[in-house]
Design a protein around this ligand. Structure first.
Ligand SMILES: NC(=O)c1ccc[n+]([C@@H]2O[C@H](COP(=O)([O-])OP(=O)(O)OC[C@H]3O[C@@H](n4cnc5c(N)ncnc54)[C@H](O)[C@@H]3O)[C@@H](O)[C@H]2O)c1
Length: 215
């Protein structure tokens, strides 16, 4: 189940954090890695870690909010490895703080990366996976997409809109949460945590399209 020998795995936002951890974990399980980020120093470090784990890899500078960059990254992956089996759309930006205190430009920045970026990635990944005969895509998101509160930020909501359990209903919650005070926050947190656990209970084994065989 955890053997990815011969599989080609693409990870966005691989320069640090979850993206880096996923890259090394896939490398240790036999995958070949295609990594991108806008932080080239961190990206090069992750590539070195992947290669130290005995895997083949490539790193490209690609901003996921730029469709042509995403298209080029997927093309470079296929040029080097011949196929694409798994994609982890993990790149994300975060701007912590009360929603109404953020500069409005931050909203565009977060939506461009956390929502439009995931769309661009899926569009070009799926096109390639169809040629392979199958594949699997993981869109990384955040449980904050299912929470409201005066300090819940746009970043969690936008991450949720791209892949979280609230789907397209996430954005109206920014407005409602922004005006709430902290009273009852603990109760809401417990409620939403329980709700998230229930909603994600069946997500531990994401379906993998059959015929996603090796290279
Ligand atoms: N850290 C947590 O506690 C946590 C919890 C739940 C979900 N998540 C989700 O996991 C994902 C990654 O989180 P993380 O904590 O590893 O974040 P992080 O900030 O450590 O890493 C994100 C990476 O994405 C890159 N990135 C940002 N904008 C980009 C762009 N436009 N194009 C390409 N790369 C870009 C950054 O340079 C960085 O390397 C996010 O989707 C986040 O919502 C994180």
């Amino acid at each position: 189940m955890f053997d990815f020998t011969g599989k080609v795995v693409l990870i966005t936002g691989a320069a640090q954090g979850f993206g880096r951890v996923c890259a090394v974990a896939f490398a240790q399980r036999g995958a070949r890695l295609a990594l991108c980020d806008i932080n080239d120093t961190g990206g090069a470090q992750t590539l070195a870690m992947v290669e130290a784990a005995g895997a083949k890899g490539l790193y490209r500078h690609a901003d996921v909010s730029d469709e042509s960059a995403v298209e080029g990254f997927v093309a470079a992956t296929v040029e080097q490895f011949g196929r694409l089996d798994v994609a982890v759309n993990n790149a994300a930006k975060e701007r912590p703080g009360p929603t109404l205190d953020l500069p409005s430009a931050a909203f565009d920045e977060l939506i461009d990366t956390n929502l439009r970026g995931v769309y661009f990635c899926m569009k070009h990944e799926v096109a390639q996976m169809r040629k392979n005969g199958g594949g699997a895509i993981v869109n990384q998101a955040s449980v904050t997409s299912s929470m409201t509160g005066s300090r819940v930020m746009v970043s969690g909501e936008s991450a949720g809109a791209s892949g979280g359990d609230r789907g397209g209903r996430a954005l109206p919650r920014v407005g409602r949460g922004a005006f709430r005070r902290r009273r009852g926050a603990g109760r809401r947190w417990r409620f939403h945590s329980a709700l998230s656990r229930r909603r994600t209970a069946g997500y531990s084994s994401p379906p993998i399209v059959p015929n996603s065989t090796g290279p």
